[in-house]
Design a protein. Structure first.
Length: 216
């Protein structure tokens, strides 16, 4: 839906299968194990550089968006590659991995162990990894405007993940907004929620990529 909506309005849209994505074989998918928050975020920045060097895009007008693990990728990309993106939109993204590990639902409770390769590590080593890979603790590095969209009854990535990083960005005067979708969980289902996502998303990209005022 997002791709169709924005390409029909003249935006270029790249859907990247960064390291760890399915559809490219087991080796590619499992290459992210232990490297979550590193290989995936760097793949996105490299894709931008490739497209810009080949004249396909304007390097100064590139945004990044994604949801859930893709939202985590947005936050990591903006944090570790602050000069690459003119703006970002993060849907129900992960900002604090330790909190995710403690609070997510049972079905996904072992994901962090695999993605950070925590098996056999000491508590001190785990703490170091949690902090090193969590955008929350490097929020001062996020210089691009960031729009956060989160359902207030999300049981997979609780909304506090977005509230916390919003507070940290605001502390140093950054440009950040949070839209709360009332009654929505991790997978947005209501038509009015999607209307909000599309309308507010387009306003955000007009502001950050096109440098235009919002439509009247």
């Amino acid at each position: 839906m997002l791709m169709q909506y924005f390409t029909s309005r003249g935006y270029a849209y790249l859907a990247i299968n960064y390291t760890g994505s399915s559809g490219h074989g087991k080796v590619y998918r499992e290459a992210l194990f232990g490297e979550w928050g590193i290989l995936d975020r760097d793949d996105v920045a490299k894709a931008v550089d490739h497209l810009a060097r080949n004249g396909h895009i304007d390097r100064s007008r590139v945004g990044v968006e994604g949801g859930s693990a893709g939202g985590y990728n947005v936050l990591c990309s903006l944090t570790w590659h602050p000069g690459v993106f003119a703006g970002g939109i993060c849907y129900c993204g992960v900002s604090d991995i330790k909190a995710l590990d403690a609070e997510t639902h049972k079905m996904e409770s072992n994901y962090v162990t695999v993605l950070l390769d925590l098996e056999g590590k000491t508590e001190a080593e785990k703490e170091e990894l949690f902090r090193a890979r969590s955008p929350l603790f490097r929020a001062e590095s996020i210089t691009a405007p960031l729009l956060l969209i989160h359902g207030n009854v999300d049981m997979i990535v609780p909304i506090e993940q977005s509230r916390e990083i919003k507070r940290n960005i605001e502390k140093r005067g950054g440009d950040v907004e949070l839209i709360v979708l009332e009654g929505e969980g991790h997978n947005f289902e209501r038509a009015n929620s999607w209307q909000t996502i599309l309308v507010e998303g387009e306003k955000w990209w007009r502001k950050t990529l096109l440098k235009l005022p919002p439509p009247a």
